[in-house]
Design a protein around this ligand. Structure first.
Ligand SMILES: *Cc1c(COP(=O)(O)O)cnc(C)c1O
Length: 375
């Protein structure tokens, strides 16, 4: 059997071990210098005077963003339907109710038209939603100008799920810095990793401190253990942050390697009718191309995305259908959805192709041969 080529692998710089050793030899396991270095790096990288709290997961960051947006039991939260379940799950942790919004065709992300429709519908029914969760899926920036304007117009908190979009920009500004809160993920398959981890991007020091307070069991300022609020155990450890410190050295390299993979697929499918490689709409958008995706129109191409997936699988090359929208998921089926079904089309026709920064020239040859077999 040929070695497996994965969709998106962890890719170490080799420096991680030094930061971990540092933490161990200084007996700084939970808190310490690595956390400071990692958070400072992210703050400088994102710019816009943002403050960053490193956490145990991107999912934890979304949960805290909802809490800090004042989301409580029975409140409604507008959430992009076309996403990974981690965007929506924390809404239910709060006992709140998701309202799912369809995608538009340019960015595949939240459709501003249906977002506003949904807000007006909920207001007409006597209940203004508490927060909006927009996602920059696959690294592609959403129509964030329009979505931000709608959030402002109706005074609704905007949470930006940039878990897949570290390094992506819209009009030169980093994804994760547009919302009231931004969230990042450093899960093993993301553009850089801490093994598992995430971050909450905050607009000021006060919010960052509040996030850290909530993430460390909400301990009041007292010599004994005193609690006036329910807290969580969501902090990133200093050991884990050490992996992040090693990874920040290769972030830019990882981004350009992922963009190169996107270029590789663009060339392969350039003259193939019925196959579209997902690309930026115009120069305002700059995707990190975390995953390269294609849409296959079977009637024109003469083969389906499943044909491609199976052909690749036979060569031990991993590919995966695009995210199944949340409003189609059994666990969320009972919730409200606003849209015209574009995300369902994406799910039916779309495929993610191997996109990791550690894919070798030989891997690319294998991928190319397998794809050419079918096209
Ligand atoms: C990975 C991911 C998350 C969750 O991040 P974790 O760190 O795995 O909890 C949230 N949203 C999207 C879109 C993701 O891809």
């Amino acid at each position: 059997m040929k070695t497996k080529i994965s969709l998106s692998n962890s890719h170490l710089s080799g420096q991680e071990i030094n930061y971990i050793n540092d933490a161990l030899s200084n007996n700084e396991l939970s808190f310490g210098k690595n956390l400071d270095v990692f958070q400072n790096f992210l703050e400088n990288y994102l710019g816009e005077n943002k403050k960053v709290a490193a956490l145990s997961a991107g999912t934890a960051a979304i949960h805290l963003a909802l809490i800090m947006s004042g989301v409580e039991r029975d409140d409604e939260v507008l959430c992009q339907s076309f996403t990974f379940s981690a965007s929506a799950n924390p809404i239910t942790y709060q006992g709140a109710i998701p309202v799912f919004i369809d995608s538009e065709k340019d960015t595949w992300n939240m459709c501003p038209y249906y977002l506003e429709k949904a807000i007006q519908d909920r207001i007409a029914k006597g209940k203004k939603p508490k927060a909006i969760i927009v996602v920059h899926l696959y690294g592609m920036p959403a129509k964030i100008d329009e979505i931000q304007a709608i959030a402002k117009k109706y005074s609704i908190s905007l949470i930006e799920d940039a878990a897949e979009a570290l390094g992506s920009t819209y009009k030169g500004k980093q994804c994760g810095t547009f919302g009231d809160y931004g969230i990042l993920s450093f899960n093993g398959n993301k553009i850089i990793t801490t093994s598992g981890g995430g971050a909450l991007v905050c607009k000021n020091e006060e919010d960052k401190n509040r996030a850290i307070f909530l993430a460390t069991q909400a301990r009041d300022n007292a010599p004994h253990y005193q609690h006036s609020e329910i807290g969580y155990n969501y902090r990133m450890s200093n050991i884990v942050a050490g992996i992040g410190c090693g990874q920040i050295e290769v972030l830019d390299k990882h981004i350009s390697l992922r963009q190169e993979m996107h270029h590789f697929y663009t060339e392969i499918f350039k003259k193939v009718p019925g196959v579209i490689v997902f690309n930026e709409l115009n120069d305002s958008y700059a995707s990190n191309h975390w995953l390269s995706c294609i849409l296959v129109d079977e009637n024109i191409a003469g083969f389906s995305r499943e044909d491609i997936r199976l052909q690749l699988a036979a060569e031990n090359i991993e590919s995966r259908p695009l995210w199944k929208p949340m409003h189609l998921q059994p666990v969320f089926a009972s919730y409200d959805f606003h849209g015209n079904g574009y995300s369902e089309k994406l799910f039916k026709k779309g495929l993610c192709l191997p996109s990791g920064s550690s894919i070798t020239v030989r891997d690319k040859e294998r991928i190319k041969i397998a794809l050419n077999n079918i096209i």
